[in-house]
Design a binder for this molecule. Structure first.
Ligand code: C5J
Length: 222
């Protein structure tokens, strides 16, 4: 086993890059482009755009190394049978999950808004996890995929920092994975939640994971 030291907070983390996967959370049109779920909730979607270029660099580096790259998408079946009423019945009915919008039905699989943005489009062979919840482990086969690939460490990035990235990091931590979160590769509609979300991950001696950035990760992966 070869370990590489990744500069991070609260302290550097020694990882085996051969057993590390990049998990890109929900970089979907529904969250990043006007007319989708994010905007229907009253958010300024441009707030998430700063994460795109750093994610692209990280993705390119992971692909060069042959690292396992996993993409996730939040969304539901067309009949919404996997969407709890408690999740759907929020806000104005014409802006809810399943309602028709400019990019198709909001947060529904197969609709244009459900797609991953073109800048981070998955390559053939890269697993795409379609998840009905905020966490990428809930009601998905992510855990099996990681176990079969003998993955120990996850680099988790994407949107939004305090919702789906956070939930996934917490789920992964409870399942025994070390999580590295590059803060500049994550984004939130609320800058203060982004900031505090990252602080929560690394607090108390890395209670859920380690926080780093794309520059430090790219150095380690070079
Ligand atoms: C949200 C997500 N914010 N991907 N989803 O509802 O963070």
């Amino acid at each position: 086993m070869t370990t590489t030291l990744v500069a991070a907070e609260p302290e550097a983390l020694a990882v085996d890059l051969q057993r590390t996967a990049l998990v890109i959370i929900d970089m979907q049109r529904d969250f990043l482009e006007p007319g989708g779920f994010g905007e229907s909730l009253g958010n300024d979607v441009r707030r998430l755009h700063s994460a795109i270029a750093p994610c692209q660099k990280l993705l390119a580096s992971a692909r060069r190394r042959g690292m396992l790259v996993i993409h996730t998408r939040e969304g539901h079946r067309a009949d919404l049978s996997d969407a709890p009423p408690a999740k759907v019945q929020r806000g104005a009915p014409h802006l809810r999950i399943g309602a028709a919008g400019p990019m198709g039905r909001i947060l529904v699989r197969g609709e244009p808004g459900h797609d991953i943005i073109a800048a981070l489009a998955p390559h053939p062979g890269e697993p795409i996890i379609d998840k009905p919840g905020k966490g990428a482990f809930y009601a998905t086969d992510l855990h099996s995929i990681l176990n079969h690939a003998r993955i120990e460490t996850l680099i988790v990035c994407g949107v939004t920092t305090e919702v789906c990235v956070h939930t996934t990091v917490r789920e992964a931590n409870d399942r025994g994975f070390r999580c590295l979160v590059p803060g500049d590769c994550c984004g939130s509609y609320f800058p203060e939640f982004h900031e505090v979300g990252l602080r929560m991950i690394k607090a108390q001696g890395a209670i859920f994971g380690w926080v780093t950035d794309s520059a430090r990760l790219l150095d380690a992966m070079a």
